[in-house]
Design a protein around this ligand. Sequence first.
Ligand code: ADP
Ligand code: MG
Length: 445
Amino acid sequence: MRLSRFFLPTLKETPAEAAIVSHRLMLRAGMVRQESAGIYSWLPLGFRVLKKVEQIVREEQNRAGAIEILMPTIQPADLWRESQRYDAYGDEMLRIKDRNGRELLYGPTNEEMVTSIFKSFCRSYKELPKLLYHIQWKFRDERRPRFGVMRGREFLMKDTYSFDLTKEEAMKSYNRMFVAYMNTFARMGLQAFPMRAETGPIGGDLSHEFIILAENGESKVFCHRDLLDLPAPGLDVDFEGDLQPIVDERTALYAATEDVHDEAAFAKIPDDKKVSARGIEVGQVFYFGTKYSEPMKARVSHPQNGEVPVHMGSYGIGVSRIVGGLIEAFNDDAGIIWPRSVAPFDVGILSMRAGDEATDAACEQIYAGLCKAGLEPLYDDSDDRAGAKFSRMDLIGLPDQIIVGPRGLKDGVVEVKDRATGERVNLSPEAAIDQIIARHQRDIF
Ligand SMILES: Nc1ncnc2c1ncn2[C@@H]1O[C@H](COP(=O)(O)OP(=O)(O)O)[C@@H](O)[C@H]1O
Ligand SMILES: [Mg+2]
C-alpha cells in the first residue's frame, strides 16, 4: 500500500477523552473513531489489525475442531423468554421493536439462539460432540463504556458453544477450548493466564477467565508466580488426544479473579511467589451443564436411557478488546509496537526524498520485492519532512522499517530499523528485502 493512496488520519494532539495508553494510541494512530459512547468505526489501520486478530482466533478454533457458523446480530425476544433470561438480563440488553411491534433485541451473546439451532437439527447422541462458533458483533448497553474498544457497547466477539452427552464429555470440549485459547493468545505474542472466575449472567459452576497482566487492566487478579513461566501448549497438540494433563498443569497453581478470590488459599503461597496484579480479560470459558438445554428442551436420544438434555458450555474471546489489549502490552513513548503476527502492515518503507530518481527507484524495487514475497509493505511515498515520517511510522508501530535516502544509496545501502529494539543496520536493497522476509518467517507461526 502506498501511503499517498491510503487513509491514515493520524492525530497530532493527544485526545483528552482517552484515559489509558491504548485508547490514546488507537485514536492518534487513526485506528478507530468514536461514533457514540462505546461505539466505534474501524478505520483502515485498525480494521487490518482487527482482521488479523480475528483470523488467528478462527484458525485456532478450527484446529481445535470447532465449526464456524454465522448467527444474526438481531434476535427475537421470545427466544430469550424460553430460557428465562429476557427479563433477567436487565438494562444491558438493547431492546428493539420492528414495524409490526414484534420485540427484538441486539444480541449480547448467543446461548439461546445456538441452542435453538442445535435442537432443530440434532436429535441423537450420535451427532455429539458438536462445537459451533461464530465471530459476530455484540451489543451490551454497558453502564460505563470506557477505555476505547476495551469496554465498548458494540464489540466483536468470538463465541463458541459445545454440545455433549454427559458432563464428562463436556469437560473434553471445555479442555479443547482451554488449550486452543492458550495457543490463540500465544500466536499474538500475548501471555494469557487462565484464572478461576465467576460465571455471572451466563450461569453454571465452572469457569476460567483468560487474563493478560496489564497495569491498566480492569480486573484485579491473584496467582502463583510460577504460573507465569508455563509456556503455551503449542500448535502440535493433538486435540483428539487427552488434554486433561495440559489443563491440569495450568490449573494446579492458584489463580483467581477478585470475585472468586480465596484469601486463605492465597495466604498459603510463599510470599515471594504471590502475585497480585491487574489484568485484562481477553477470553472466558464456561461449563453450565443443562442450564439452557433443559428449559429449551434441547434433548438427544441416549444410547441406553431414552432422551436426555445435552450438556453445554460457552467460550468467548473479545476480538475487538484484544486490539486494545495488544497495545497495552506493546508500546513505548513513540507509539505502538505490533507483534509481527497482528501488525497492520509487515514493514514500512520510508522515502527520504520523494521525487529523487535513485530514491524512488530503490523504494519501488523494495516495495515490489516484498510484495512478491507475499508481505504487505506500507510505502510512505509522501513528501512530508523526514521527522514527520519517522514519528508517524513509529506511532503506527509496524515491526520493521526500511529507510531509503539518496545519501545511503550513494554507498549502495538502505537502513533497516527494528521498531521494537530500535536496532539499525545498513544493507543493500536486496539484502534488506531478504532480511525482512527472514524476520517475518521467524516470528509468524
Ligand atoms: N463491553 C465489552 N467490550 C469489549 N469486549 C468485551 C466486552 N464485554 C465482554 N467482552 C469480551 O468478550 C469476552 C466474552 O464475554 P463474557 O465473558 O460473556 O462477558 P463478561 O466478561 O462481561 O462476563 C470477554 O472475555 C471479553 O474479552
Ligand atoms: Mg467474562
